[in-house]
Design a protein around this ligand. Structure first.
Ligand code: GAR
Length: 204
């Protein structure tokens, strides 16, 4: 049985697009994206989902509050019979309660080589600004499982990306996405779906 994937987003959704491209070219043979959830109103990622014919819902976290958002999210995930949650540029923090009810079933992509430049305040462009300010010569992206400590779960895949003279946070963000994020995330999602499918066959 194909594992059912929900993708949580907050903004542009280029990582979501990479997942669709992988699915449509047969690189996620053990999984299927069945739902996209945006935590912010007006996220372009929702348009991307619609253009690929996948259900998309917006649950505005700011209006709903953390508890209201997570209740609504849990209902959506249950209705769609989701097996795996992918945080693809989802920039809100999920509560420890929510995370502990999905053990080893939430995967996140972070735009640095964890443990560098991660934790509170490190999201989106801020991560690249911090890397440039520190003067590191190599950065990258990390795909990891999410546990109760944000950015603290088991690391699944990492890829290094060079920082070039004259880089701005924007040019660096784009290189990290192109060379690392869009490559790693579909690979990790397929790995996890295959593993879940195997466990199902063994009756776990
Ligand atoms: C990506 O660079 C992703 O790694 C980052 O936000 C961007 C969203 O892009 N995520 C984090 O910083 C998570 N801590 P996208 O919406 O185009 O996929």
């Amino acid at each position: 049985m194909l594992k059912r994937i929900a993708v949580l987003v907050s903004g542009g959704g280029t990582n979501l697009e990479a997942l669709f491209a992988a699915q449509e070219s047969g690189r996620i043979p053990h999984g299927e994206i069945v739902l996209v959830v945006s935590g912010t109103a007006g996220a372009y990622a929702v348009e991307r989902a619609k253009s690929h014919g996948v259900s998309a819902v917006t649950l505005p976290r700011k209006e709903l509050g953390q508890t209201g958002f997570e209740e609504a999210l849990s209902n959506q995930l249950m209705d769609a019979r989701v097996d795996l949650i992918v945080l693809a540029g989802f920039l809100s923090i999920l509560s420890a309660d929510f995370v502990s009810s999905w053990p080893d079933r939430i995967v996140n992509i972070h735009p640095s080589l964890i443990p560098a430049f991660c934790g509170k305040g490190f999201y989106g462009l801020h991560v690249h600004e911090a890397a440039l300010a520190r003067g590191v010569k190599v950065t990258g992206a990390t795909v990891h499982l999410v546990n109760e400590i944000p950015d603290g779960g088991r690391i699944l895949l990492q890829k290094a990306v060079e920082i070039l003279p004259g880089d701005t946070a924007e040019t660096l963000q784009h290189r990290v996405m192109e060379q690392a994020e869009w490559v790693l995330l579909p690979q990790a999602v397929e790995q996890l779906c295959e593993q879940l499918a195997q466990e199902e066959r063994r009756g776990r």
